[in-house]
Ligand binder design. Sequence first.
Ligand code: SF4
Ligand code: MG
Length: 338
Amino acid sequence: GKPILEVNNLRVSFKMYAGEVQAVRGVSFTLDKGEVLAIVGESGCGKSVTAQTIMRLIPSPPSYIKEGSSILFDGKHEISKMSESQMQNIRGNEMGMIFQDPMTSLNPTMTVGAQISEGILKHQKKSKSEAMKRASELLTLVGMSNADERLHQYPHELSGGMRQRVMIALSLACNPKLLIADEPTTALDVTIQAQIIDLLRDIQEKTETSIILITHDLGVVAEMAHKVIVMYAGKVVERGTLEDIFYNPRHPYTWGLLRSVPRLDSDKNAELDSIPGTPPDLYAPPVGCAFAARCPYAMKVCKEIDPEHFHVNDGHSAACWLNHPEAPEVEMPVGIGR
Ligand code: SF4
Ligand code: MG
């Protein structure tokens, strides 16, 4: 497919009183049309900053996109160089965003119908009644029954799951080419999470929208992603297809993430293995591999030289010295991979 988004060497820092936080340190990826790319990692890894930078949602200052970064959207828009008024046109028109907490993006003083139709009226040549009709269709599309009655309700009159459906309808109002979903189900209870994921997958298949899915939850990734990038300390440490990442992961950090996913065959109450330790300070990132302090396989070289990506197979690579042809053989932890 053709790329809808090409991110190249994206670096984003925050200038703070105490110094510069290097939140995103050279992220590159390509998203093809109709594809779902998941960006996974612990909180603070730079995944949300990456997503919000693609939509230019972070105020500058304190954040700034460093020289040499490129975010090419739809083959023609260099997002990193756009003015706020150009971005306003792209946001909500060609890109949509779904946030973790719908209440932060829904207006509590406006009815559901007024909010959805407002977005439509702003970007499309439609009459008020046509916009309302479209809003009603969108509510039906996101699985809300009695859509015409829902139009007149306020966000606080809806359950958390319903609000997330409204948020999704809102993000789809202008048929965006790219949808960014940042932890879309994290705030919801498990049953509702599954419904929302089913809905997103359904809509993606029907509309062939390209989606960037930001999540720390590999269960959600397995449900709908085609490609995955794993981020750690502001960098991509592994990339590949869903199959590559789940069945042939090659980075110890990815192993750690996979071990922290509940397995269907495991005892419900079994403790999940979380990765011991904490990510490095991004005011002063370490010289070598950023994961070295937490990595059970760390070698001398790891602390001295930050590994480049080693090729595993087409589209699959990992930034870990264990993939060097002369590295010692290491067994993947039990329960991971094929
Ligand atoms: Fe561990 Fe070294 Fe690989 Fe980093 S490069 S993940 S420290 S083995
Ligand atoms: Mg986040």
